[in-house]
Design a protein around this ligand. Structure first.
Ligand SMILES: [Zn+2]
Length: 322
């Protein structure tokens, strides 16, 4: 009998960073790391975010810099998604490690307990990490073979206790109107790009923007995908008959949804509404990088966060909400 290969996440290659390492490294080393992620082209030497000057006074006691050209004072996180951070650099790095380690997502409550930080802090931090992850997907175009599929999330209607009181939840009048459709376009061996629409069929114009016209598209038998034939070489698979037939399949898109569903059911319990987009993007990032070590993943997220501008949605979130 052929021995099945070890699951990637169980292999030593998948583990290249741990919380133990993060805290052993200490605050100074963690700070150095964030500096080199922020300013990779100068190997961690400060660059003024206001004027671009590479010459700055170092104020090591406060971990700040002052630009020699324009006098602007800044820190390693100024102007990035981590601007005005209050966490220590080790805690920030530990949060990123915890976050990438959760294959089906990590709840803010868990981060708050694991790092002993306020729930509010953990909540905003997790959303900032999702925002940094989403950067990678922003301008991506897909080519080659692209699988397309949709699945509905949110808007659950709890059935009434007594059978005679129950209504047909398939009818639009008996729904909450909060149900949303996540559509994913997934290039085989490439990226997964999710987006949110009301109904699956609304997705075709978006596919036009993100999938190269020479790509081959695979979709299921749902009539919402009939319009794809006009734009692309389109293969269809009838799931009531088979999951794979004549080379047509959407299994990669399905495995994306199985991860997103596990995130919903197993971690967040409810991920609808305005944040569905953020979680859908996170699931795509996790799919895209699932074969990389957790150390690589942590550096990708930390690097993307340090290259992201201050978050419009999440900067000072609780101050505004209060
Ligand atoms: Zn300057």
């Amino acid at each position: 009998m052929k021995r099945k290969g070890q699951h990637f996440l169980l292999s030593a290659k998948a583990r290249t960073i741990s919380l133990k390492q993060v805290y052993t490294m200490g605050e100074d080393k963690a700070y150095e790391m964030f500096r080199s992620l922020r300013w990779p082209e100068t190997e961690g030497e400060a660059v003024c975010p206001r004027c671009g000057c590479c010459d700055a006074y170092d104020i090591p006691t406060r971990r700040k810099f002052q630009c020699k050209a324009c006098g602007h004072q800044f820190s390693v996180t100024s102007g990035t998604i981590f601007a005005a951070r209050k966490l220590a650099f080790t805690d920030l790095l530990a949060a990123i490690v915890l976050f990438v380690n959760g294959a089906k997502g990590v709840s803010a409550l868990q981060v708050s307990r694991d790092l002993d930080v306020q729930y509010k802090t953990a909540y905003v931090l997790c959303h900032k990490l999702r925002e940094a992850m989403a950067k990678e997907q922003a301008d991506a175009m897909l080519k080659g073979i692209v699988e397309i599929d949709g699945a509905y999330f949110g808007g659950h209607v709890r059935p009434e206790n007594r059978k005679e009181d129950r209504r047909d939840r398939r009818l639009a009048v008996n729904q909450t109107g909060k149900r949303q459709c996540v559509v994913v376009m997934r290039e085989r061996g490439g990226k997964a790009l999710p987006f949110i629409v009301r109904h699956e069929g609304d997705a075709v114009p978006i596919v036009r923007d993100r999938v190269h016209t020479l790509a081959t598209v695979h979709a299921d038998e749902a009539s919402s995908w009939d319009d794809l034939h006009a734009g692309w070489d389109t293969w269809r698979i009838n799931h009531s008959q088979a999951y794979f037939e004549d080379g047509a399949c959407t299994n990669q898109a399905e495995s994306y949804f199985s991860r997103l569903r596990r995130m919903e059911v197993g971690t967040h319990h409810h991920i609808a509404g305005p944040y569905l987009n953020a979680y859908a993007g996170e699931a795509a990032w996790r799919e895209d990088h699932r074969r990389r070590s957790n150390g690589d993943q942590a550096m990708l997220v930390a690097g993307a966060a340090m290259a992201s501008r201050q978050s419009r949605r999440w900067a000072g979130y609780w101050q505004r909400a209060a």
